[in-house]
Write a protein that binds this ligand. Structure first.
Ligand code: C2E
Ligand code: CA
Ligand code: CA
Length: 704
């Protein structure tokens, strides 16, 4: 419960306190004033009343006595002439006594002394009469008789008068004494009262000052603390808003200020961290959210709306903006609770999926494409949307977002080029840039110095158990590094475009070699690998045709292996070239089948003769039901499509037997032989085919 004092304003509180103190001061002043007045009144009474009365009584007394003395002296003057001047002095004394008595009567008029004064007046009159009689006796009967009269009558009357006036004076003096005592007591009393009230005023004043100071200082301190916490960015601290005084208004103002600061801060952070158009987090925010992840794996999906710039140009920016908003809304609808979606710029969006594996990321990519593909109507325009998505994984594809974005962006471009929708980031050769540059120079030298050599790996017909073909695989006999496998330089050559120089060299070499073998009576179908670049290179096709002609080699002795991904980059042009090659009788094979994402469906439109099942499905095919199912169904389908099935990478006899029993036509792998240099290969094949028991099948029955 709060003291009701806190509900009154500080101004009222101060006014009340000061008013109370003033009232106490006024009381002190009034009391002092009254005390002083009473004292002065008493003093006046003392001086003007009783003292004067005593004084006048005393004077009247003295004059009466003086007159009596003159009379006594008169009584002692027998001769009349000597008495005359004394009469004048005696009358003078009597008159003075009368004047004093009259003054006494006047002074005692308001006092309750009428009885005493009346008595004195009577005694005076009596004394006056007897005095006169004594005087008359002097003149009539002589001093002796007058003296007797005086002693008998006048003197007693004088004594009575003197004693009465004396009594009055004494009474007044006693009263005066009592008054002085009372006055002193009154003064002490008044002093005490004033002291008490003054002390009371001091105590009350101090108390009020303390209370008021506390009622102001405490909330001001609290307000200062709150202001400090606002400055520190903490907006949750409770502000007590119940007060109705000035502090209350100050706290109210503080609370309003805090709200507005919070609002403005939110606004600023909205501008800094959010994209105005779509209300999605922006690039900065995305980077910050990514930086907050700790020891997490996951995926970055980079998304780009297909044909957006064309739509923007054709229909205007406002429709473009609406489109981006529509895209953002659709993307939001597929977001998981912890996913972060941001618009990076233009029509590029990024999605952060923490803890996502390959399948989850691909699934998310497909879900996004599905929601985006539903037609969208903007300003009566029906638009068909699609998007391309590049996916990079962390930490595998990169530890920082810049690296991941770069990889995902490359994947995104691949997806766009191939019209495949989604593409995963691929690892480039793990070499640093300076090494790579020197590698290009080295490769050029290698070509000139004939450091590249071709190895051949045999392909065995599973029915005849004879070698009917081979795959040409390049090797680099590096003067320092030794024999470098193609995995270490072919991807780099593809990336840098140097493959354009390697493949023609290799094909020329291989065709010459096969032609020589034919001349030696060894007829084999030899495969060579083509990369994406080669497949899009029209010159290369011309070269192959011309070398075949020059060597007078049948086109069917050459098979070119292509991967699904090589086909994806520019499917139309690649297909055109494949058609040209097939039309000339050159055989074509799909390499590494199953490792990509494409389905078998597209195969029927390709002019291919052969399908090579990737090693991952062949390894342990005899013991792994899943691999077995894939290989078996692929073999069946190939039979339907009239394609030769080659199983790659069989290493064990059991695998080879399983493949023979499950519809595979040819096998290539360490289980038959490792790749060998040309001369070694020729003698090996001769030995193998001669040693093998004669085939139960006529050679024309083989697929090769
Ligand atoms: P690829 O076309 O799939 O070639 C088969 C690879 O599997 C060869 O590796 C071969 O040595 C290996 N191999 C065959 N049988 C087995 C087996 O039983 N077990 C194991 N573990 N491996 C087996 P290589 O020679 O290192 O070639 C690697 C890749 O380099 C090739 O894969 C091909 O894509 C590429 N390549 C090789 N030579 C050329 C070339 O002249 N031009 C182009 N463009 N690419 C080439
Ligand atoms: Ca191959
Ligand atoms: Ca292969």
């Amino acid at each position: 419960m709060r003291a009701p004092l806190l509900d009154t304003s500080i101004r009222t509180r101060l006014t009340l306190a000061i008013g109370l103190l003033l009232a106490l001061l006024i009381v002190v002043a009034a009391l002092s004033f009254r005390g002083f007045q009473a004292l002065s009144h008493s003093a006046h009474d003392l001086v003007d009343g009783k003292a004067r009365l005593a004084f006048l009584a005393d004077r009247a007394n003295q004059h009466a006595q003086t007159a009596a003395n003159h009379l006594l002296r008169l009584l002692l003057k027998p001769e009349r002439d000597a008495r005359v001047p004394l009469y004048a002095a005696m009358d003078e004394a009597l008159n003075a006594g009368d004047r004093a008595l009259m003054q006494l009567e006047k002074a005692s008029a308001e006092r309750e002394l009428a009885g005493d004064i009346g008595n004195i007046r009577q005694l005076r009159n009596r004394y006056g009469e007897l005095f006169q009689e004594t005087v008359e006796q002097i003149e009539l009967s002589g001093p002796q008789s007058a003296k007797r009269h005086f002693e008998a009558q006048t003197e007693p009357a004088l004594k009575a008068l003197l004693s009465a006036t004396d009594r009055l004076a004494t009474e007044q003096q006693d009263a005066m004494q009592a008054d002085v005592v009372r006055l002193t007591a009154d003064a002490a009393n008044a002093q005490q009262q004033i002291t008490v009230i003054a002390l009371l005023a001091i105590v009350v004043g101090a108390l009020l000052a303390g209370l008021i100071a506390r009622s102001i200082v405490n909330p001001v301190n609290e307000a200062a603390d709150i202001a400090k916490s606002i400055a520190g960015g903490d907006y949750r601290r409770e502000i007590p808003l119940g007060r109705r005084d000035e502090i209350g208004s100050m706290l109210h103002a503080l609370s309003t200020m805090r709200e507005q600061i919070a609002q403005r801060e939110a606004h600023i952070s909205r501008i800094a961290y959010f994209d105005e158009l779509t209300k999605l987090p922006n690039r900065t925010r995305f980077f910050e959210d990514f930086a907050k992840l700790e020891n997490t794996t996951g995926a970055i999906l980079l998304l780009d709306v297909d044909r957006f710039s064309a739509i923007n140009k054709a229909l205007g920016h406002s429709i473009g903006d609406s489109l981006l908003r529509g895209v953002a809304d659709r993307l939001r609808s597929v977001l998981g609770e912890h996913d972060v979606l941001a618009r990076l710029w233009g029509d590029e969006f990024a999605l952060l999926l923490s803890n996502a594996d390959r399948a989850t990321a691909l699934n998310a990519g497909e879900r996004i494409r599905t929601v985006l593909r539903a037609p969208i109507t903007i300003a009566d325009q029906r638009l068909d949307l699609d998007a391309s998505i590049g996916i990079a994984f962390f930490p595998g594809d990169g530890l920082n977002l810049t690296e991941l974005f770069r990889r995902a962006d490359t994947a995104l471009r691949t997806a766009k080029r191939r019209h495949s929708g989604v593409a995963l980031a691929v690892h480039e050769v793990e070499e640093t840039a300076p090494e790579q540059l020197s590698l290009i120079g080295e490769m050029r030298e290698a070509l000139a110095d004939a450091q590249f050599v071709v190895f051949y790996q045999p392909k065995m017909d599973l029915r005849t158990r004879r070698i009917t073909g081979a795959e040409a695989l390049i090797r680099w006999r590096h003067p320092v590094r030794g024999l470098v496998p193609p995995g270490k330089f072919i991807p780099f050559a593809e990336q840098t475009g140097f493959i354009r120089e390697i493949t023609p060299w290799l094909l020329e070499n291989v065709i010459c070699e096969i032609a020589q073998w034919v001349r030696q009576g060894l007829e084999l179908v030899v495969s060579a690998n083509l990369s994406t670049h080669d497949l899009l290179n029209a010159e290369l096709i011309k070269l192959v045709v011309s070398v075949l002609q020059k060597e007078q080699l049948a086109s069917s002795a050459l098979c070119l292996e292509i991967t699904e991904s090589a086909l994806m980059d520019e499917p139309e042009r690649a297909l055109q070239h494949l058609d040209q090659l097939a039309a000339r009788g050159i055989k074509l094979a799909i390499d590494d089948y199953g490792s990509g994402q494409a389905s078998l469906a597209y195969l029927k439109d390709l002019p291919v003769h052969e399908l090579k099942i990737d090693r991952v499905f062949v390894t342990d095919v005899d013991t792994t039901p899943k691999n077995a199912a894939i290989v078996r169904s692929t073999a069946l389908l190939c039979r339907e499509l009239d394609l030769i099935v080659v199983a790659e990478g069989a290493e064990r006899a059991e695998e080879i037997e399983w493949l023979a029993n499950n519809g595979c036509d040819l096998v290539q792998g360490y289980g038959v032989a490792k790749p060998m240099p040309a001369e070694e290969f020729v003698s090996w094949v001769r030995r193998f085919n001669d040693l093998e028991s004669p085939s139960p099948y006529p050679s024309g029955n083989t697929h090769a």
